[in-house]
Design a binder for this molecule. Structure first.
Ligand code: GCB
Length: 601
């Protein structure tokens, strides 16, 4: 799916800002078709933002079901003769878009974009239209992530989720109108790069799809100084770049693939795609970027902010990247869902390494029995994650890869977090998903994150993956307060993974809840000192195991969760507080990872 950009043949109009807003349960609704009239009440909600924390009101925060956004939009008169689309970067978890009283698109899946062709729907340049967007936050056992609805003793519907972050919903990312040429245009581009082992030359394989007719194409690879390095006049091919400037960690050199489509000698469409020339390969237990062993240093994160929840905000995004850079981190995982596209664009432009995760979290009925409640069912069965869930999961993988295929920063797909991979049915469920991922992208390694109930001998899926992600909490959920015993157990287990699977292990989560400002000597759980000692112990173990090629601390910052007796105002495993103040552990990491780095020019 092409990113929305403005070029000489394409225009963009943001629809971000305040929209009229109503819950579908609003008693003032007079019609069962909210899109046919103006919304009741006078609430306004910002876009992009999750709506839950905008209003200090239980009914809104904990609403289960649909909400409605609405606004009037004038289609620019100057767009006459062009094809107009509406693009929603996400609607969490299901969206439906109406133009006046006409449904133009419905989409399932809360973290990937979707769009509708408004021109085909009869919308004309210069016209004013009423756009109404319904967003549903319900998670069922057939959604990704899965969840369930239950009736409580008051007869109210409550949402059961099996993941440890608040179920923020709404329009948390941009909504835009954009134009493309009415007829012949660039429909999609896929780029794969490779680097010769000695770095002498690089290749850019491209595959361009035209839509709306036929045309001739010019494809130029342009360097940072605007010089054309190599060129082609076909829709697919392989460009060779002698002595390329490589893209790599902290080394964000980007070329531009500049595409022009012509009919009868006139340029009718232009599109341009940043391209980082780099290679990613696995060799034994090493993770190689540009043929050099890479060690992941960084964080599992969340899109999570006060007030706007999972709303994208450029200011906070840059600040988070700068804080990570200050610690010396080089990478992060988009736990537990695809992030806003701006995050990957930034990572491309600044040399960050990204493990990109599908929103498949909570496929595990038995995780932390006490936390989510005991369950007798099998996770991968007709009673929970069944063939329909698997289909939704496949679609989530397809949409993630379609969106993010061209980002040099993305080095690996993570197709699930902490599934019940020791359970029967897990292999039958995941094998087709790994195969699909590899078929859609044969060039990137595929990983998952394993949880502590599925051990080297009982996990049924780890061998399907190129890299094994491991989340461990010895010293926190078990051996609480006993780091000596935790160290022994951690080391023993990681050695078993290394011996049995002989492939790279990335520790994708390790961390301890820590109350900022709580100091204790000797260190005790919840104190800042304990978090430091905990992380330091893990690092000692990692350094003793060659197959460990990465450490992502859980979590970059404290984040919001649902209510529960083991969460006080959310999950406190952040190395930064929710408002991004450093805990002592940030300095521990800075010392280990080397602190602030400068991008190579
Ligand atoms: C995990 C999950 C993560 C939780 C974390 C915790 O294993 O992957 O979503 O937030 O543990 O803090 O318990």
């Amino acid at each position: 799916m092409l990113k929305v950009i403005a070029t000489s043949t394409r225009e963009v109009k943001s629809l971000n800002g305040l929209w009229s807003f109503a819950l579908d349960t609003d008693p003032k609704f007079t019609s069962s078709s909210p899109w046919e009239s103006t919304l009741p009440g006078n609430l306004e909600c910002p876009v992009p933002a999750s709506y839950n924390d905008i209003f200090p009101n239980h009914a809104l925060r904990n609403h289960v079901g649909k909400v409605w956004y609405q606004r009037l939009v004038r289609i620019p008169k100057s767009w006459d003769g062009q094809r107009v689309f509406i693009r929603l970067d996400s609607a969490t978890h299901e969206g439906e878009v109406y133009v006046n009283d006409r449904l133009v698109v419905k989409h399932v899946g809360g973290y990937t974009p979707f769009e509708a062709d408004l021109t085909s729907a009869g919308v004309k340049a210069g016209e004013e239209v009423r756009i109404t967007i319904g967003v549903d936050n319900i998670l069922t056992r057939h959604s990704i992530p899965p969840g369930e609805l239950q009736k409580n003793e008051l007869g109210k519907t409550v949402q059961i989720i099996r993941h440890d972050f608040f179920n923020y919903a709404g329009l948390a990312r941009s909504v835009r109108l954009y134009t493309v040429p009415l007829d012949v245009r660039v429909g999609d581009i896929k780029v794969v790069t490779d680097v010769e082992e000695k770095g002498g030359s690089g290749t850019v394989k491209f595959d361009l799809k035209l839509e709306g007719g036929d045309g001739t194409v010019t494809v130029d690879l342009v360097d940072r100084d605007g010089k054309i390095v190599t060129t082609s006049d076909s829709c697919s091919g392989k460009l060779t770049v002698p002595n390329p400037k490589l893209w790599g960690p902290g080394q964000p050199y980007l070329y531009n693939l500049s595409i022009k489509v012509s009919t009868t000698g006139n340029v009718v469409d232009e599109y341009s795609l940043p391209v980082g020339i780099r290679s990613v390969k696995i060799s034994g237990t090493q993770f190689l970027i540009n043929h050099k062993p890479f060690y992941f240093k960084g964080f599992g994160r969340h899109e999570d902010l006060t007030v706007i929840g999972k709303g994208h905000d450029d200011g906070w995004m840059v600040y988070d990247f700068e804080l990570m850079r200050w610690t010396g981190a080089n990478s992060f995982r988009t736990s537990h869902y695809p992030y806003a596209e701006e995050v990957y664009d930034y990572a491309d432009r600044h040399g960050w390494i990204v493990i990109n995760e599908v929103a498949a979290v909570g496929l595990n009925l038995h995780l932390g029995g006490g936390i989510f409640g005991k369950d007798e069912r099998d996770t991968f069965s007709d009673e929970y994650c069944d063939a329909t869930t698997q289909e939704t999961h496949k679609q989530a993988i397809r949409e993630l890869i379609a969106r993010d295929y061209n980002h040099p920063s993305v080095v690996m797909w993570c197709i699930t977090n902490e599934p019940g991979s020791q359970e029967k049915g897990a292999r039958e469920y995941f094998q087709p998903l790994v195969e699909l991922t590899k078929q859609l992208d044969p060039h990137r390694p595929v990983t998952f994150t394993n949880m502590g109930m599925a051990l080297p001998d009982t996990d049924k899926i780890a061998d399907l993956f190129d890299v094994i992600g491991i989340n461990r909490y010895f010293g926190w959920y078990s051996e609480t307060g006993n780091l000596e015993l935790a160290e022994k157990k951690l080391e023993e287990e990681l050695k078993r993974w290394a011996e049995k699977y002989k492939r790279p292990l990335v520790i994708c989560e390790y961390g301890a809840d820590t109350l900022a400002g709580l100091h204790m000597n000797p260190a005790q759980p919840w104190s800042e000192e304990y978090q430091c000692e905990f992380l330091t112990m893990y690092h000692r173990v990692f350094d003793r195991i060659e197959a460990v090629v990465g450490e992502h601390v859980w979590n970059f910052a404290d984040f919001s969760t649902g209510p529960g007796i083991i969460r006080v105002d959310g999950n406190k495993k952040g190395v930064f507080t929710r408002d991004r103040r450093p805990k002592m552990a940030a300095h521990t990491l800075k010392n280990r990872w080397g602190g602030l780095w400068e991008e190579a020019k």
